[in-house]
Design a protein around this ligand. Structure first.
Ligand SMILES: O=C(O)CCC(=O)C(=O)O
Ligand SMILES: [Fe+2]
Length: 398
């Protein structure tokens, strides 16, 4: 059954393999959570990316763990399909999302002198055409299949050379998300070696996330205008889910206003201020995205608890309302652009009677989740260092 869906490398067939349901829906959602909590401005207009080295640099090394078995399974598939057992290394792993306006014309993935080490590509689709975004169909210039309709869980594997010239249509609406890997035969380009070295320098204690330089999170259609127009990605991602922020600091203390987002802050919905403080905007964003990912799995709030429960929230004071407004006007300058880039069908931002009890449970869930991943990372890292590769260490080894 599965075999009939795979395209073989027969003598005339192009060297490519399409697999359906390679990733589970839960794997796709976990990677989406990581991307929406951590992404920075990408390498092309209207593109956002999350690389593994960025996760390490922002104290979020624990989020490497969900990638490990997936990378391994993909590498095995690629090696097996192209008959190069145990020869390949992973050259790059990244979550990449494309928003309205992004597209790429005909190209091969090794089409620059500095990309010649890229021998094979694997693109895993983490969300679906029609449901999560419109546009964004993938086309091969020659051979079959001519067009791929991205569906969550599917993967396209192909050689990075001119046998597989391809293009992606412009995204018309929504955010199209992929996990993209390149593989190389040249071990000088092994991503694992660099990541293990970064992890070793930056001993992964269980820490709260920390922002990389703040301009990595500033999105503008005209990069030359920098802070004049555009928006902060973290705040924009919270905003489309119905959240604002209130700073715990006096604004005047910061000459560079973006530093404010690196300082403690609180979450706001409408006129309600969530009492708990977050250490910075990335920390708050993780909580918001984890809640978005898991809310439907969390137990219902106790029936007698009023939504907007006094335990968790207070009403915003007049001066706090002013702070919220001022932060919005500073960090979401181009409001229309925020809507155009990030608003989505599943955002449900206008939900009345927001369930803060459930939100609070999500924060506890996030802590448990991070703790579990962190234990796994600490257990695995010595093995990764010994062998020089990142792999799934069976728990029995610990
Ligand atoms: O996302 C895709 O379907 C392919 C993207 C692509 O061609 C690239 O990043 O080189
Ligand atoms: Fe490509």
């Amino acid at each position: 059954m599965l075999l009939s869906r795979e395209m073989g490398v027969g003598s005339l067939k192009p060297p490519r393999l399409i697999l359906h349901n390679f990733l589970t829906s839960e794997e796709c959602k976990e990677l989406e959570f990581i991307h929406k909590s951590s992404s920075t401005v990408g390498y092309r207009p209207n593109v956002f990316s999350t690389t593994l080295s960025h996760l390490i640099a922002t104290n979020s090394s624990t989020f490497l763990i969900p990638f490990v078995p997936i990378r391994e399974r993909l590498k095995e598939k690629v090696e097996h399909f192209f008959g190069c057992e145990y020869e390949l290394c992973v050259e790059f792993t990244g979550l990449i999302s494309w928003c309205r306006g992004a597209s790429i014309g005909w190209h091969s993935d090794d089409n620059r002198p500095y990309l010649k080490q890229r021998h094979f590509t694997a693109v895993c689709y983490l969300n679906s055409y029609g449901k999560d975004f419109k546009g964004g169909l993938f086309h091969f210039q020659d051979g079959e299949p001519a067009t791929l309709v991205p569906m969550a869980g599917d993967v396209a594997i192909y050689t990075a050379d001119s046998c597989n010239i391809h293009a992606v249509d412009e995204i018309i609406e929504g955010e199209r998300l992929t996990l993209t890997l390149w593989f190389s035969r040249d071990s000088a380009h092994d991503e694992d070696a660099k990541l293990i070295s970064l992890l070793s320098k930056n001993m992964p204690e269980l820490k709260l996330p920390m922002l990389a330089s703040s301009n990595m999170y500033w999105f503008s259609l005209d990069p030359a205008s920098h802070q004049q127009l555009g928006f902060d990605i973290c705040l924009a991602r919270m905003h489309v889910l119905g959240f604002d922020i209130c700073s715990c600091q006096a604004e005047g203390l910061f000459s560079d206003s973006t530093e404010l987002l690196m300082e403690p802050l609180q979450l706001v919905r409408g006129n309600e201020l969530f009492k708990q403080e977050f250490v910075n905007i990335l920390h708050a964003l993780q909580a918001v995205q984890f809640h978005h990912w898991k809310a439907s799995d969390l137990p219902d709030a106790q029936s007698e608890a009023e939504p907007g429960d006094v335990e968790h929230v207070v009403r915003l004071s007049k001066s706090q309302q002013e702070v919220v407004r001022s932060l919005k006007s500073r960090f979401l300058k181009d409001h229309q652009l925020v809507e155009m880039i990030f608003s989505c069908a599943t955002c449900s931002r206008n939900q009345k009677n927001f369930d803060w009890e459930r939100f609070s449970a999500a924060i506890a869930g996030l802590e448990d989740h991070t703790c579990k991943l962190h234990k796994e990372l600490l257990m695995s890292l010595p093995y990764w260092r010994t062998h020089g590769i990142i792999y799934s260490v069976p728990p029995a080894c610990s």
